[in-house]
Write a protein that binds this ligand. Structure first.
Ligand SMILES: O=C(O)C1=C[C@@H](OP(=O)(O)O)[C@@H](O)[C@H](O)C1
Ligand SMILES: C=C(OP(=O)(O)O)C(=O)O
Length: 448
């Protein structure tokens, strides 16, 4: 949210059983990539199911500033691309608002071009370290001017000809992997990314669908080696984007913790790099049925039937973190209603998201009566299955720090606590889940 926008507090109250079948909005990761590759490819890309969230609109505006045409016609987004290698110099700084992925990926996409591009963002985005993306770009010959630690505002100027690199990811990050691959599209020869821990692979899948020569090979000890041939032709595609599992997480967790609930979430991406939350909740005793598995937009998708469940705490395997990185705030809410202790570890990356999510979740849980311990990269939650005594009778609000997932997680929590749960600002929910309030109300949730 840009400075000057007025915060909109919200309160969730203990609700009766949640019931119904709902369609989850389009996947945010896929929506960013569809607009970027559509804007870059030669010819027309038609996108159905695009997430109409603020993070995505910022990517759409950036692609327009780089020469693509983006418009909506009869419910479908139509993108006319410039052709690989033919992005235009933007006339003004590109403003990514709250969106780290939009910003990081487009730094790769356009940063290697031989002109200057400036990147700006909101009060959350300017706090986020972008050096993780800028370091490989520097190796490719990009000149970087930035605030301290690679923070925004950042200005990039590419070399006459970019060096293709072989880059081993120092952290599990699909954003960094994707930025390097997108930069490699404009470098002669082969760009290689080695990821020690697999992360979401939507960039690889979509690049292949647009015609890029990209291969994935298994390396030693579970490494993935991605090789991309630069300067190839990309051709516009028709894409049908399925529902975002990271958005599904909120009604899913709400249905698990509100007694009597029986909810079906339609059309959810089931890419194995995105399903860590479902696996974890099932280990905790969640009744989640994965129904009608099928294929859409190059991904497996399914409907999820979710029923109220008696959950028990577990130790969440650390090596699962990348497959549920955005879902820990929602998982922490499920853990607040589980019998016993839930131990989440390997969470250093959570401190670098739209907010310091480890601190924000621990603060919100404590404010609402949940016993928890925050470590440098871990969170232990002691659950209270019936929600008795939980919530904040005095109406104190959880600080959301411009983070949509903190807002939605705590609103889901308040549906099953004895006292209401308030958040200081629900406006950021529009980043990823514009119809959240209406969707939850349709299921029977009381959120004001
Ligand atoms: O590639 C993506 O679309 C995303 C990757 C993740 O970030 P990292 O790759 O930095 O972990 C995730 O947190 C973000 O919401 C979306
Ligand atoms: C971290 C997130 O997004 P981004 O990194 O794109 O800002 C998110 O949506 O949870």
């Amino acid at each position: 949210m840009s400075a000057g926008v007025i915060a909109k507090p919200a309160v969730a109250c203990r609700s009766g059983a949640l019931r119904g079948a709902v369609r989850i909005p389009g996947d945010k990761s896929m929506s960013h990539r569809a607009l970027m590759l559509g804007g870059l490819a030669a010819g027309r890309t038609r996108i159905a199911g695009l997430l109409e969230g603020e993070d995505i609109f910022n990517t759409a505006r950036a692609m327009q500033a780089l020469g693509a045409t983006v418009r909506k016609e009869d419910g479908t987004w139509i993108v006319d691309g410039v052709g690989n290698g033919a992005l235009l110099e933007p006339e003004a700084p590109l403003d990514f608002g709250n969106a780290g992925t939009g910003c990081g990926l487009i730094m790769g996409l356009v940063g290697v071009y031989d002109f200057a591009t400036t990147f700006v963002g909101d009060a959350s985005l300017v706090m986020r370290p972008m050096d993780r993306v800028l370091d490989p770009l520097r190796q490719m010959g990009v000149q970087v001017v930035s605030a301290q630690g690679g923070r925004l505002p950042v200005t990039l100027r590419g070399p006459k000809t970019a060096n293709p690199v072989s880059y081993r990811l120092p952290m599990a990050s699909a954003d960094v992997k994707s930025a390097v691959l997108l930069a490699g599209l404009n470098a002669p020869g082969i760009t290689t990314v080695i990821e020690p821990v697999p992360t979401r692979d939507h960039t690889e899948r979509m690049l292949q669908a647009f015609g890029a020569n990209l291969t994935v090979e298994a390396g030693a000890e579970g490494e993935r080696i991605v090789r991309l041939e630069g300067q190839g032709r990309l051709t516009g595609q028709d894409i049908d984007i399925p529902g975002d599992p990271s958005s599904a997480a909120f009604p899913l967790v709400a249905a698990l913790v509100v007694p009597g609930s029986d909810v079906t979430l339609l059309n959810v991406v089931m890419n194995p790099n995105r399903t860590g939350l479902i696996l974890t909740l099932k280990e905790m005793g969640a009744r989640i049925d994965v129904l009608k598995t099928r294929h859409q937009g190059g991904e497996d998708v399914a409907d999820l039937r979710v029923r109220f469940s008696e959950l028990k705490g577990i130790a969440v395997p650390e090596d699962r973190a990348a497959s549920m990185i955005d879902e820990y705030p929602a998982l922490a809410i499920a853990a607040a209603f589980a019998e016993g202790r839930t131990v989440m570890s390997g969470l250093a990356e959570l401190r670098l998201k739209k907010s310091d999510r480890l601190a924000a979740v621990a603060f919100g849980l404590k404010l609402n009566g949940v016993d928890c311990e925050e470590g440098p990269a871990s969170l232990v939650v002691h659950g209270r299955p019936d929600g008795k005594g939980l919530g904040n009778a005095a109406g104190a609000a959880v600080a959301t720090h411009l983070d949509h997932r903190i807002a939605m997680s705590f609103l889901a929590m308040g549906l099953a606590t004895e006292h209401p749960v308030a958040v200081d600002d629900a406006t950021m929910i529009a980043a990823s889940f514009p119809g959240f309030m209406e969707l939850m109300a349709g299921l029977g949730a009381t959120i004001e």
